[in-house]
Design a protein around this ligand. Sequence first.
Ligand code: ATP
Ligand code: MG
Length: 444
Amino acid sequence: MFISKSFIPILKNNPSEAKIKSHQLMLRVGMIKQSSAGIYSWLPLGFKVMKKIEQIVRDEQNKIGAQEILMPTIQSSEIWKESGRYEDYGEEMLRIKDRQDREMLYGPTNEELVTDIFRSSVKSYKSLPQLLYHIQWKFRDEIRPRFGIMRCREFYMKDAYSFDVNDEEALFSYNKFFLSYLKTFKRLDLTAIPMAADTGPIGGNLSHEFIILAETGESKIYTDKRIFDLKSDGTKIEKNSLNDLRKKYEQFYSVTDEKFKKDEFEKKVDESNRLKTKGIEVGHIFYFGDKYSKPMGCSVDLPGGKKDFVKMGSYGIGVSRLVGAIIEAKYDEKNEIMKWPISIAPYEVAIIPMINKNDTSSLKKANDINLEFQKHNIETIIDDTDENFSSKVKKMNLIGAPFQIIIGKHTEGDLLEFKETGKESKKINLAEIIKIIRTQKIKN
Ligand code: ATP
Ligand code: MG
């Protein structure tokens, strides 16, 4: 992509309305544009990052055998009346009437709708387990939308639902998602810790929030530092292995403030390992048994001829919130340098030719290099404008490609000035650069 042809509306200064760094950067480089309170349009740069995150989330869902569906954003109030949540959900639900005066709503979550789909087609235990997910816009009329897309009203969420014949099988499903979440966040280069959490309006008895540490986060957390050293490597998608994984995490005290008990914290965690800080909730998993299947009459035939209500869980990831959460984790706001993890970077390399009016040789060189990158599926952004060199570098630092190539005075023969964004440059040839980038991509 050439900057001169791109739609990346960069602002000279930080927008004053943004209070946290992800919101600042997203407005500054034109990733999003607010259309009304808590509702945003996604511009090319922001949309590209979000789509890449979505793809990683999808891939890790598929790996545990979940199947993708797509449910609508608009739902009928009928099913919500069946579950009893139509009244309970309160003012966060956006209620709409259609021209026939029917009560509709913009889905804040999908337990009812997916239960309705399931009960109409699955009748026997033989079809279980089923794991279904979709990635779709949600609307919650948050009382105080803030921090840009971190707490907004319309947001993009992956929500999955599991259906099982009994508690034991349902916990197996729960644990599959537990693993898949650890892997998803790792691929996004985030350290997300699972924390015992309250179930809130979703209900149920077993629940974990996945939280990444950030001073600007809205969740208060209390944790044992040793949880950061744990890894999920080697876990098999098999009951014992998954159980062991969850136990390994649960041995360390780690809770959000709703579950916090001071004496328990101090008893279980010695002082040197206590960490009291703030974090951002990026995912949340729940097991709630027959909370929805019972009132909605969603049952299956069991082996002996009896019937029972299916046991369900639900599993959310804030795909759009993750864009902000990753910026909170990676953006060096003091030096105004963003470096996206390569797995989701909008561009992998920024090419910065120093151009002067009488000499376009460096632009030509940039074009040649770009063609070579295209052959290797490496995404580039090239600043082909005639702005001065330092403002070009500033702009590219904000856009945040993980690597930069500078073409100008110091470019001699085959050697290019190459650097990881924010680090010192070195002189190497194009073949070596391609190797470095490709190796990084494979690792991710
Ligand atoms: P929160 O405690 O942050 O309000 P929640 O517990 O209400 O979130 P869930 O119902 O667990 O949210 O939704 C699953 C995921 O969707 C959350 O983990 C979060 O990443 C994301 N999410 C929830 N509400 C919002 C919002 N208003 N804006 C952006 N993302 C959101
Ligand atoms: Mg939650």
